[in-house]
Ligand binder design. Sequence first.
Ligand code: ACO
Length: 436
Amino acid sequence: MSNATEVKSPNTESKTAHLTLPDGQSLELPVVVGSENEHAIDIAALRGSTGHITIDPAYGNTGACSSDITYIDGDKGILRYRGYPIEQLAEHSSYAEVAYLLIWGELPTADELSHFRWLLTENEMLHEGLRNAFEGFPPYGHPMAILSAMINASACYHPDMMQLEDDEHMPLAAAKLISKVRTIAAFSYKKSIGQPMRYPNPNLSYCANFLHMMFSIPYARYEPEPEVIRALSLFLILHADHEQNCSTSTVRMVGSSRANLSASVASGVCALWGPLHGGANMAVIKMLEQIQQTGMPVSEYVEKVKKRELKLMGFGHRVYKNFDPRAKILKKAADDLLSTLGISDPKLDIAKELEEAALTDEYFVERKLYPNVDFYSGIILNAIGIPTNMFTVMFAIGRMPGWIAHWYEAFKESGRICRPRQVYTGPNVRDYPAAK
Ligand code: ACO
């Protein structure tokens, strides 16, 4: 594996920001500039010099780190992995190649890619002890709970994932996680529907192998259409990273305590689960089904959203104040896949109607709310045959390389433990009754 990822520090401009505080103290703070000319005020010296901290609930203005991995310009709707536009990667790359790019910083050579694919195949099996652990879960246990538990537990069977004291162990640890997460996901699905688990087939590609483990049954091998494999690969590529989102920040935060890779990534799965983050892909399909089943006109749904009785799931984003480029790609992919497979899904029509209604409505326009990655992705997953309660698991499979890349970047920095401060607003000191 090449090791092109040298963690760079942002440039410190000769300019400084001048801060004057109400008590008369003043401070010159360095302005740092990223490679896309993003400016940030470095407040590292603030508390030590003045006793003040900054407060930024939900971190809307806080840069928690500098990173070389993914660039987003939310106003222009730009997303790039290691400098490569998402549109080009979506069209020309494969999930394995994108995973390699994210973690090691450069596109692999043909030999490097084939070695990485070999590592993925070599590590596709689960230890039988881990496979047996599935028996301990109830039949309808949520697959996200099973996924996070199993990823965490996998370190028990692969202690090397807990000993990443040097770069040498990283390729194998990364391949193990990226490969096994799909086996764990498929096994949890089989468990939930009471079917026997299907072992991975080393002759299949990453995506075809996952579909085989999901949908083959004894004596009947599932043979997906090439378009289905391609759609799944596209889905995974588009979900592979998104800089400092809630789950990735969680992975970096947990990793900052020097927690091992699988423990850190398992916590990322938990953060992703919520409906305001990765869980939104399930919520979108439920919303579309509800509109379909009740026959509620789209205009009525939009009115309810504006009255805050409902939320338009799959819309809005902390960073994008323009089209999420992934949503554009997925909308076209949903159209293409459904037409190739000859599927007519009324949910796609409802989604398009909702999008049109929202994009021409003052409420959404003034708040700059656009469809995000989750708005159309569920329609593709439905067409592939993935059940709704597995949608967020699919997101987690896709996000694995991003989480690993961020964990690795932070690990190499050997930075301080992440530990935000607070402004305390509780009671002042008071005596415990018995002490009076
Ligand atoms: N439907 C209706 N109104 C919305 C929506 C929405 N989907 N999203 C934001 N708004 C409104 C808010 O109510 C707020 O209105 P106000 O200023 O009148 O109070 C305004 O738009 C700004 O929204 P915030 O809540 O400040 O946006 P924030 O950056 O905190 O949240 C989030 C972003 C969580 C994505 C939000 O837009 C949302 O809940 N969307 C629906 C859930 C969703 O699709 N999540 C997936 C995001 S992508 C991902 O994580 C993979």
